[in-house]
Design a protein around this ligand. Structure first.
Ligand SMILES: Nc1ncnc2c1ncn2[C@@H]1O[C@H](COP(=O)(O)OP(=O)(O)OP(=O)(O)O)[C@@H](O)[C@H]1O
Ligand SMILES: [Mg+2]
Length: 456
């Protein structure tokens, strides 16, 4: 994890998320606290539990966005789940422990890829040797009596009368200079595990912690296929293969588990959906049951995964929810206690919308400008046009349903529909979008509530 100070974290988040100061501050502090904790003696480290957070706020105000950006910021293992996906143990569906298995899986993969990157150079050298072996098979010691009809040496079309090292070195130079790139060679390629098996392993069996792919992998014949590939492609394939061999998987596993245990962050979205009693009629899952299952994980327990046991004590949990119907106090008390930090995100107004449209690095207005520029159409927005869009967003949010900043997406799409459609054939390649344009394109729909319910 990069050791960003809380202020630096907030500054980074500010690049993408407008407002929501309190929420940014809380997540920044929580992150820094984990760094602080790691500076302490082992004994004390064990004592300090993370202060889990609940982000509370209406839909479309940036809860998920904050978490997503936070993930990019830190190098910590990060995993996002929707609480509403979980079912109680014993029901068909995802049990809560799967989030631990998933975050470990994710981390193992990331670490493995990173390690593979680190050994690229060495792997490329080994791949080079293997390709040279194929191009110029190492001469076997001559048998004393050569049998009649012995298989003649394969002619790969590389003819050089000089045998031995110097030929190999000549070939190597050619190979390195890309002179052999387009030549075809035969390569035994290990086929990827069939996708069928992949589908299997995601159903039902998961809760047993059994990986079917691994199981079957042992029974199924090693699937290698001889394929004709260009030297260039062979170099890529073999480098990957060698890199995979070079990675010490045992070390990756241990490191991944350590990393998850010490700095993992799990984002539980829509936690409000499992708040409240909601005792089931019929086969419906009891919300309280899910909460009870969740509790030990948040409180700290050991979860078996195929890479080893993961202790969840120090994983940071950030939960989020709109809490329209239920309240955080509808969560079972034990769970409430494990989420001591509550932050409210404020609902967004015209001022924020104006800023969201233009200021973030990935601002919508910038996105559309960039998209259209690919076809040579240069659009620009006047300030009053942006304000007008923001005003309309507020109005539609209040007359239909408040979906927060998501409204801006639908509005912008509708606003630019004609231009996006006509762009490739336009004569006029420069378009200024002003307030009048916005009114012209959107007002009819906005004023007709029924229509806007469907379109905006
Ligand atoms: N404060 C904000 N600043 C910038 N963009 C925002 C902000 N709030 C929301 N957005 C944009 O609106 C969209 C929806 O936001 P987000 O996914 O964070 O909503 P949410 O709060 O998680 O809502 P929900 O409760 O429905 O999950 C995103 O595309 C995001 O970029
Ligand atoms: Mg969300």
């Amino acid at each position: 994890m990069k050791d960003l100070k809380p202020k630096e974290i907030v500054i980074e988040l500010d690049k993408y998320i407008i407002g929501q100061k309190d929420a940014k501050k809380s997540v920044a502090i929580a992150l820094r606290n984990r760094w602080r904790r790691r500076q302490l003696d082992k004994d004390l480290q064990e004592e300090i539990a993370p202060k889990n957070i609940i982000l509370i706020g209406p839909t479309g105000v940036g809860k998920t966005e904050i978490a997503r950006r936070l993930a990019n910021l830190t190098d910590s293992p990060f995993y996002k789940v929707e609480a509403s996906k979980f079912t109680e143990v014993g029901y068909v569906g995802r049990d809560v422990e799967s989030m631990i298995r998933d975050i470990v899986e994710l981390t193992v993969n990331n670490l493995r890829l990173r390690q593979q990157d680190a050994v690229q150079e060495k792997a490329a050298k080994m791949a080079e040797e293997r390709i040279l072996d194929i191009l110029l098979p190492p001469t076997a010691p001559k048998p004393a009596f050569s049998a009649a009809g012995a298989v003649p040496p394969v002619d790969h079309g590389v003819s050089d009368p000089l045998p031995g090292v110097s030929t190999r070195e000549k070939l190597r130079t050619m190979l390195q200079n890309g002179k052999l790139d387009s030549r075809d060679i035969d390569l035994d390629v290990t086929a990827q595990t069939s996708p069928m098996v992949e589908i299997f392993s995601n159903t039902g069996m998961e809760e047993m912690g059994i990986n079917i792919k691994d199981m079957l992998g042992n029974f199924m014949p090693k699937n290698t296929k001889r394929r004709k590939v260009s030297v260039k492609e062979a170099m890529k394939i073999l480098t990957q293969e060698e890199a995979a061999h070079l990675v010490d998987m045992e070390k990756v596993k241990t490191e991944a588990i350590e990393l998850v245990e010490q700095s993992g962050i799990i984002f539980i979205d829509e936690i409000d959906k499992i708040a409240g009693k909601g005792q089931s009629h019929g086969p419906e899952v009891s919300k309280e049951g899910v909460q009870r299952d969740l509790l030990p994980i948040v409180e700290g327990s050991s979860v078996p995964t195929k890479y080893g046991t993961v202790k969840t004590d120090h994983i940071l949990f950030i939960a989020s929810g709109a809490f329209h119907v239920s309240k955080p106090s509808d969560l079972i008390p034990e769970l409430q206690g494990r989420f001591p930090i509550r932050v409210e995100l404020t609902s967004l107004g015209a001022h924020e919308f104006t800023r969201i449209l233009t200021e973030p690095k990935n601002a919508l207005v910038l996105q559309y400008i960039a998209l259209l520029r690919t076809e040579g159409v240069v659009i620009s927005f006047t300030q009053d046009a942006v304000e007008k869009i923001a005003d309309i967003a507020v109005e539609v949010n209040s007359t239909t349903e408040n979906i927060g900043a998501r409204r801006l997406h639908t509005l912008m799409e509708k606003l630019l529909e004609e231009i996006l459609f006509e762009a490739p054939d336009m004569d006029e390649k420069t378009i200024t979008i002003d307030a009048a344009f916005v009114t012209r394109q959107l007002m009819d729909i906005v004023e007709n509530q029924d229509l806007s319910r469907y379109i905006l």
